[in-house]
Write a protein that binds this ligand. Structure first.
Ligand code: PAF
Length: 280
């Protein structure tokens, strides 16, 4: 039976008790409206830990002024049932007041330079400061041994790895594979914003990523490959923020340079902004 906790003392007491028993604690932070992608992270955490805490907190500080904070889908009952089914032991539900006890104006912020600045950082200024600020707070609240983050948010995972290494959080960060719908669309809480006519078109993002991989394998230069992908998406009606080929650390590779790559896309279909990526 899952236990829902809303008081920090109770959460800390529960985790302290597990530690006394020598149990390893896993953590899956979320913003709720959970789907199979989140549940696969809970399953991943279960494989790395003896007990799993998951948090649901729609974090205001990572949304820009014109983003979807107020309309972000909130489905507490379904989330609780789903987490229980996935094998989560504790659902941690902080309030905005307990997360930011001094209020938004006086809140201490965490900024990770470098990897935060590119791609999403260029299109969503301040987003990763909000993510790093809340993840640092969540780590201090839950005190986990490991934490699972989805690879769908590839750059977020890279930023959090740097945060953990630099601030020396004693937390093992593990990335969970992207979970896709049958047509290739990466699962996301934001998919439900898509209109009936938009939903099948959204799968073009994944097909574009596969095309970027093919082009790279055929030695198409990076600039041409990125322009081709952007053109394909525009033709399909997307407003494209980026279609980028990068090294795993998100730096720009030289043409002809061997090594692993990640292709990343961020594009809007109507009012819905979607992101996805493919490693190869
Ligand atoms: O990936 C998310 O859902 C959020 O960015 C996270 C990590 C829970 C922080 O609010």
């Amino acid at each position: 039976m899952i236990e829902t906790l809303t008081a920090l003392d109770a959460l800390r007491g529960r985790v302290r008790g597990w530690r006394r028993e020598g149990l390893r604690v896993g953590f899956v932070p979320t913003m709720g409206n959970l789907h199979a992608g989140h549940y696969s992270l809970v399953a991943l955490a279960r494989r790395h830990a003896d007990r799993v805490v998951s948090s649901v907190f729609v974090n205001p500080t990572q949304f820009g002024p014109n983003e979807d904070f107020t309309r972000y889908p909130r489905t507490p009952d379904a989330d609780t049932a789903g987490l229980e089914g996935a094998g989560c032991d504790v659902l941690w539900l902080p309030t905005v007041e307990s997360m930011y006890p001094f209020g938004a104006e006086l809140a201490s912020h965490v900024h990770v330079p470098g990897v935060s600045a590119v791609l999403e950082g260029e299109h969503r200024p301040g987003h990763f400061d909000g993510v790093c600020t809340v993840v640092s707070r969540l780590f201090n609240q839950v005190l986990p041994d490991m934490a699972a983050f989805g690879k769908k948010d590839y750059q977020q995972l890279a930023v959090i790895r740097q945060l953990v290494a630099d601030l020396q959080f004693p937390v093992e960060v593990v990335g969970g594979d992207i979970v896709r719908e049958a047509d290739g669309l990466a699962m996301s809480s934001r998919n439900q914003y898509l209109g009936v006519a938009e939903r099948p078109r959204a799968a073009i993002i994944h097909r574009t990523l596969l095309g970027m991989r093919r082009a790279h394998q055929a030695s198409v230069p990076r600039a041409a490959l990125e322009a081709q992908a952007t053109g394909q998406l525009r033709e399909a009606g997307f407003a494209v923020d980026y279609a980028a080929l990068r090294r795993p650390d998100l730096s720009e590779p030289a043409d002809g340079e061997p090594g692993p790559r990640v292709a990343l896309v961020a594009a809007r279909l109507g009012a819905t902004r979607l992101i996805d990526n493919l490693e190869f």
